[in-house]
Design a protein around this ligand. Structure first.
Ligand code: C5P
Length: 230
């Protein structure tokens, strides 16, 4: 898949800061990822603002509930103009199928989240799956999600090439944990440069603090895009 995009994690807690930041961004060919902090507080105010400024909207809400509730959640995301929405693959096949059904012929792209990078083998013990490795479980969850019609998978850069090598179907690979050589790692344990992530098969790179906390975010965006060759 030749798709290559930069996504910015809009990790502000106040809408004024988020809006001020978006006003300052010159390049509109960017996906803006909104998570719990802004969405739960500001809902349609923030989604409308992102869309009105010409950006693509990525709702990172990791939906995980009974199938009917997730169906309605996906319909809500379409209503708010979302271009991308995350769904938790651990919610089960029926839930994923209902999400795909709700998406219908809209242009929304559904992205599956597998085992969160904050989890280790103890989590598998916790959910009674200790006979599997995180890698195997991640691959199984990703495969099942893509079979049901989910469009992409969120994973670490480390997992991207493994998933792409082991899954025949084309999918959008979304990866956080991206840093330029001289950026601070912040609290990320494993990071990769934009160039490396693209080489490994990532399609949408999610970058937060290196851009939103940069002295000159426009300059930083340019550098990252250059490194991605876009
Ligand atoms: O600031 P930074 O570039 O580290 O932000 C990365 C973004 O990606 C944050 O919004 C974070 O919640 C999200 N994310 C992540 N690791 C995952 C899944 C999501 O860093 N495994």
């Amino acid at each position: 898949m030749s798709l290559k995009k930069l996504g910015i994690a809009l990790d502000f807690t106040d809408i004024e800061d988020a809006e001020q930041f978006l006003y300052s961004i010159e390049d509109k060919d960017i996906v803006i990822k909104i998570g719990y902090s802004l969405f739960i507080k500001y809902g349609k105010d923030i989604t409308d603002f992102v869309k009105s400024k010409g950006f693509e909207l990525f709702l990172d809400l990791k939906l995980h509930d009974i199938p009917n509730t997730v169906y309605n959640g996906v319909k809500g995301a379409i209503y708010s103009g979302a271009d991308y929405l995350t769904i938790h693959t651990l919610g089960g096949k029926e839930m994923l199928q209902k999400a795909v059904e709700a998406k219908g012929s809209s242009s929304l792209k559904l992205l599956g989240v597998t085992i969160l990078t904050s989890h280790d083998e103890r989590y598998l013990d916790y959910i009674g799956c200790s006979k599997y490795s995180i890698k195997d479980l991640t691959l199984n969850l990703a495969k099942t999600a893509l079979e049901t019609g989910i469009d992409g998978i969120v994973s670490s850069v480390d997992e991207v090439s493994f998933l792409k090598e082991n899954i025949e179907k084309e999918f959008i690979a979304v990866t956080p944990g991206i840093r330029l050589e001289d950026d601070s790692k912040d609290d990320q344990k494993r990071v990769a440069t934009p160039k490396k992530a693209v080489e490994k098969g990532a399609n949408i790179l999610i970058v937060g603090r290196p851009i939103i906390k940069a002295k000159n975010p426009n300059e930083k965006i340019k550098k990252i895009k250059e490194s991605m060759n876009i």
